[in-house]
Design a protein around this ligand. Structure first.
Ligand code: 3PG
Length: 213
């Protein structure tokens, strides 16, 4: 799957809703309920970070939930890509971009949303064919003004800013023409997940899904 094809698939995923939940799930027993709550609230694209021992099982469970599109986040190397694909991830997200991860996504037919934070990194990914990129860590790197700055010289690239994005500041990103969606963990707070308080999560998701863009 070429990078161009990967970005076309990533665009479809990112266009499904304004926000992609970034999920850190410690217990696979919570996966089904969490995915159903988020999808019910209007957020179908779900990024499960490979930061817990349970992450691959979480992907397997969530992949079976109707209406969801489950991806793997925190892809750091080719092994992560292979394991994510085998678990049923339909897209991948990486905090930065390495040839190892990119080559593995090409070989394993996994659409990648690759991370970039400087104009040089954005250009390197564009050279490879990636027109949809993750901007990370968004707030720490300067936030929406940086993406506004990229829009003049690099208009062919659209971004999913992630890192420090909240309901309060998401609008500053989503109003930009080169922002396709944003990612954030606030829609799935760990206390609500632990307590299986799915109504709270569906409400957070529906508030996020209603953000204008
Ligand atoms: C991450 O990879 O952790 C994401 O960028 C989520 O960041 P957030 O917790 O600030 O939303």
């Amino acid at each position: 799957m070429t990078p161009e094809q990967q970005s076309a698939a990533a665009a479809t995923i990112c266009e499904a809703a304004p926000i992609v939940p970034v999920l850190v799930v410690k217990d696979a027993a919570k996966a089904e309920g969490l995915a159903k709550a988020l999808v019910k609230g209007g957020l179908p694209a779900l990024e499960v970070t490979l930061r817990t021992d349970a992450a691959l099982d979480v992907i397997r469970e969530m992949a079976a939930v109707p209406g969801g599109m489950v991806g793997a986040g925190t892809l750091l190397n080719a092994g992560d890509v292979e394991r994510a694909k085998a678990a049923g991830a339909t897209f991948g997200v990486s905090p930065g971009s390495t040839a190892d991860v990119i080559d593995a996504c090409i070989a394993n037919e996994l659409p990648l949303l690759p991370g970039a934070v400087t104009a040089t990194e954005v250009m390197a990914l564009l050279d490879r064919g990636y027109t949809i990129q993750k901007f990370f860590p968004a707030e720490a790197a300067g936030g929406a003004p940086v993406l506004k700055g990229f829009s003049s010289p690099l208009p062919q690239v659209r971004f999913c800013p992630t890192g420090g994005v909240s309901l309060a500041n998401a609008g500053s990103y989503l109003s930009l023409p080169n922002v396709i969606c944003a990612g954030g963990s606030w829609v799935a707070p760990s206390d609500a997940v632990d307590a299986e308080d799915w109504d709270v999560i569906t409400k957070l998701a529906s508030d996020a899904a209603a953000l204008p863009r």
